[in-house]
Design a protein around this ligand. Sequence first.
Ligand code: FAD
Length: 391
Amino acid sequence: LPAIEGDFYHLGDEALKDEDRALQLKVRAFMEKEVQPIVNEYWNRAEFPFELIPKLAELNICGLTYQGYGCPGKSNLMEGILAMEMARVDTSISTFFGVQSGLAMGSIYLLGSEEQKQEWLPGMQQFKIIGAFGLTEPEVGSAAAGGLTTTAKRTGDTWVINGQKKWIGNATFSDVTIIWARDVDDNEVKGFLVRKGTPGISVEKMQDKMALRIVQNGLITLTNCTVHESDRLQNANSFKDTAKVLRMTRAGVAWQAVGCARGAYENALAYTQTRKQFGKPIASFQLVQNHLVEMLSNLTAMQTLCFRLSQLQDQNLLKDEHASLAKVFCSLRTRDVVSKAREVMGGNGILLEYNVARFVADAEAIYSYEGTKEINSLIVGRAITGFSAFV
Ligand code: FAD
């Protein structure tokens, strides 16, 4: 298999088996041929390119690491590399994918009963069923662990859910949304599979985001929304269970940050090699090279950290603080890389058509979702000091 240019710095052939390398190249080709040509227009219009969904399904990469239910059962390293490949071209598509494959399917895979897994996972793997994950609320973001205000009250075999959820990716068109709510009787957080069209759920598209504009985020209102006990995630008994999902998806977000940084870096590098000032390519100036090397250093450090993170995951050694450390480091460094990429492109760095501005904006969303820098830092801080500084 041909080496991917630049991979000397980015963990190359030695990291993957031939068939996995081939899959990486397939996903890369899909993103470059099918997504890149249309992405700026969709991003600009804040619309979702639904025509990509069947093509994404054909790649057969959804639920990549899960065993059974039509899922490929590949390594966490492979999943991380593919998250990077997607985000390298577009972070919105990679986020749509992450919500479907990680947050929504992952909740069912990790916390659902056997019947629930059988019912949902094969269709979701094929993108025939689209999922969403509703944890955050208008007034409760970082404090979700102890502060959820959405309530669930059980009467006989039914649950009545009331509350609001904000920022929920894919929610405007999802077939099933996992709603996390506090059981008023035992005060524990539980997860509910709320089907599209269930009376009492309404979704409003969030407007005018300046990042990840392709991702359709919804404001969900639940008013006496009634769900059968059989649609409660059977193995989600407290927020500690929700955290198992977040631990897994945070690792994916760290890889996604690498992709976002890499996309910006590669576009900026190519630009500096052709853009001329003072009669020479700007890449020939020492100060511009210094910026490029700083970007590459960050990128290499991020990718090496994520590689180690995936190794731990593949050995079942992943802890919350590992995923949080990687998420903090990578989302912070990505902000730095995309801003330098923008810098070396001068004015064109803020034009969508030059393919760096979108990464600059999207890095801001990566920075805040799946736990802000502060919250993930506090998770690491608690682990290394033994003191919780959350409250
Ligand atoms: P807040 O919690 O209000 O935080 C504001 C600031 O206060 C931050 O800087 C934060 O770090 C800081 N802060 C808060 N508490 C502390 C503390 N104890 N110590 C120090 N600093 C603190 N959620 C979902 O459930 N599903 C989704 O699909 C989803 N998708 C998203 C997509 C996008 C594009 C975005 C932007 C968000 C998404 N979210 C989703 C929500 C996301 O997880 C939250 O935005 C995030 O958890 C932060 O919550 P918040 O925005 O309410 O900020």
